[in-house]
Design a protein around this ligand. Structure first.
Ligand code: MEV
Length: 323
């Protein structure tokens, strides 16, 4: 379905990359102040910066067929340049002469945190090349600004996982300028999952925007759904810490029902969820922005069977352990 093969992955070098992620529970509601649980996946974006004599910042993403010269004036940048452009402006590198090459092993627009991982990878490449000495906090804060442009009203969860590469419970700050609540999750054992990739590209900015307009039309109704997702997420954190996978699976299934109520599911996502459940997954739900993208299935047994059934139906499947 037009998605590059993600099953063969080079080892992830934390210093030079941004991590891809899954959200186990809490997507969309997290934008409105609910908790969410996210974890890195063994997919990452790597970037390399080199000096040139070209007289500008040249960006190459060969896998995506993207090649451009960054416009010096932010007002003249197109939507693709706008998000990453913030990095060069903030680090005062817009006037330099360089080539940035990006190697994205996170598939594009599949709900796996590709845009945040790319921002973190580019910041880390510049940090290494120009010896800027940025801390992880600074990298994360700058990637968040890129995400705000890419997603509209990003919660900040994707860039946080992309930067730190750890499973975490996340809640955005209630006021601008304050720090979000980020708690690393210590799990007794790793949790076995299958990620099903639908191949249908979907931009998080679009699904986040749709949920926002539905919420604006009827805030009380949607606030109720966000609160229910918040409750499921906090129960899921307990279930993970007690390694109660039956309970975690039930909570994931119910969470998917609520995401469907928010209308961020799709034909492909529903098919993947059904395949997973029918082949023995304890829980299955969409992950990330939805509208296509990917699903996550909890598979302590029958993991290979679930992944094979997804592949037989024409999708990509990746077996991953989190924790
Ligand atoms: C996207 O991975 C998660 C969303 O909740 C958006 C966000 O939190 O910024 C849909």
């Amino acid at each position: 379905r037009g998605v590059p093969d993600v099953t063969e992955q080079p080892a992830v070098d934390h210093r030079a990359c941004g991590h891809g992620k899954i959200i186990l529970l809490g997507e969309h509601a997290v934008v409105y102040g609910s908790h969410a649980i996210a974890a890195p996946v063994p997919l990452a974006v790597r970037a390399v910066a080199q000096d040139t004599k070209s007289g500008g910042v040249d960006m190459f993403i060969p896998r995506w067929g993207v090649e451009y010269r960054l416009h010096r004036d932010p007002a003249h940048r197109d939507s693709f340049q706008r998000s990453l452009g913030i990095i060069f402006d903030t680090l005062e590198l817009t006037e330099r002469s360089m080539r940035i090459e990006v190697f994205p092993n996170v598939p594009r627009a599949m709900g796996l945190g590709g845009s945040a991982a790319m921002a973190v990878a580019v910041i880390r490449a510049l940090d290494q090349h120009y010896k800027l000495g940025l801390s992880d906090e600074e990298i994360n804060a700058l990637a968040f600004r890129c995400e705000e442009v890419a997603h509209g009203s990003a919660s900040g969860i994707d860039n946080t996982v992309a930067t730190y590469g750890k499973p975490l419970l996340y809640k955005r700050a209630s006021k601008k300028g304050e720090a979000p609540m980020v708690r690393e999750l210590q799990l007794p054992k790793r949790i076995p999952l299958v990620i099903g990739i639908s191949g249908k590209e979907s931009l998080t900015a679009v699904t986040v925007g749709k949920v926002r307009s539905a919420w604006q039309r009827n805030p009380a109704l949607y606030d109720g759904i966000f609160q229910q997702i918040d409750g499921l997420t906090l129960q899921a954190m307990e279930a993970m810490q007690q390694y109660d996978l039956e309970r975690l699976g039930d909570l994931m299934n119910i969470c998917h029902g609520l995401l469907n109520a928010l209308r961020v599911s799709s034909w492909e996502v529903e098919e993947l969820v059904q395949i997973a459940r029918e082949h023995g997954a304890l829980g299955a739900k969409l992950t990330g922005g939805g509208g296509g993208g990917s699903i996550v299935a909890l598979c302590p047994q029958n993991r290979e069977k679930v992944a094979a059934a997804m592949r037989d139906a024409g999708y990509q499947a990746m077996e991953v352990d989190i924790g």
